[in-house]
Design a protein around this ligand. Structure first.
Ligand SMILES: C[S@@+](CC[C@H](N)C(=O)[O-])C[C@H]1O[C@@H](n2cnc3c(N)ncnc32)[C@H](O)[C@@H]1O
Length: 291
């Protein structure tokens, strides 16, 4: 008698029945999560497999695109601020046009479409044009990177709130409510902040956060290229180290960062995603580029 072969994980998976389908003429604004393809939701996976056309940006890794139907047309519409391959208005119009031509359209964005992802503007355009649309949320970088770095964002011994902030420089300055950001007992998560790291630290210190407040720079979080650099507001990584940090990079500020040493669990050598190829993103020294 031979032993029964154990079912593989995927054949044993009992997925919930789909509540809806991606029908012709509909657009699905889908969050791809922070990088690790295993962090894509079941619904996002279904949409990728049903799509005729996928418009994706630069934070979507090749491993995630590989989950889509081989027949789907993949269109790269990614943009760095310094290099708008397709202006936002062009993307909005393309979504309307593809839907009105009867295609099943997926607009695939890194992380969550509504967190610094301009998904709101795309949704407004589609609604205004009378196109049928849905939103599939994704795991945003703050959740994914913090989890994989062993930094619990609202650990009750450290923080009563968490704020997601853009570090995107406008005309050379971050126009933020610094006094509110510098109040204690909270965790700050800066997206697109690598180019303005020094300014962020200067402002937080000037508005009262202690010099030794820890911060973490999480590079290519949740992927095999994830690296976590721990520093403090007054003691940043050396210029050489900073120059070698590859986008995308997330900045977490607050005493929760002290937990990283004891709680870091993620083994990047066994990661499911190889991360983004060098050069697919602007370099950290390019402050106009959205690191
Ligand atoms: C334009 S925002 C898009 C955010 C995305 N919609 C989300 O919800 O995560 C891009 C920024 O997200 C952050 N980011 C996204 N994925 C990341 C990752 N895997 N590791 C580190 N930072 C990431 C970086 O700060 C990057 O500059």
């Amino acid at each position: 008698m031979c032993a029964a072969t154990p079912p593989s994980a995927s054949s044993a998976l009992r997925l919930p029945p789909a509540a809806s389908d991606l029908v012709p003429g509909r657009v699905s604004l889908v969050g791809a999560g922070p990088g690790d393809p295993e962090l894509v939701t079941v619904k996002a996976l279904r949409r990728l497999q049903a799509a005729d056309v996928i418009l994706h940006d630069r934070l979507v890794s090749d491993e995630i695109l590989a989950l889509a139907s081989p027949e789907a047309q993949r269109l790269y519409v990614g943009k760095a601020r310094s290099d708008h391959s397709v202006p936002q208005e062009g993307i909005n119009q393309a979504l309307v046009d593809w839907a009105q031509s009867g295609k099943r359209v997926v607009r695939l964005k890194g992380g969550d479409p509504f967190i610094f992802g301009r998904g709101g503007e795309e949704l407004e355009t589609l609604v205004a044009a009378g196109v049928e649309v849905e939103v599939v949320p994704g795991i945003t970088a703050a959740s994914g990177c913090a989890a994989y770095a062993g930094i619990p964002l609202t650990h009750r011994d450290h923080a009563h709130s968490v704020r997601f902030i853009t570090g995107h420089l406008r005309n050379g300055s971050c126009d933020l409510d610094w006094p509110a950001l510098a109040s204690p007992g909270q965790t700050l998560v800066f997206y697109m902040g690598l180019g303005s790291l020094e300014l962020i630290c200067e402002q937080l210190r000037a508005h009262g956060l202690a010099d030794d407040t820890p911060l973490a720079l999480i590079e290519q979080g949740t992927t095999a290229r994830q690296r976590v650099h721990v520093a403090s507001l007054s003691d940043l990584p050396s210029a050489d180290e900073l120059a070698n940090i590859r986008p995308p990079t997330l900045i977490i500020v607050g005493t929760v960062v002290t937990l990283h040493d004891a709680l870091a669990w993620f083994d990047s050598d066994r990661a499911a995603s190889h991360g983004w190829l060098q050069g697919k993103h602007p370099t950290p020294s390019d402050t106009s580029g959205g690191a």
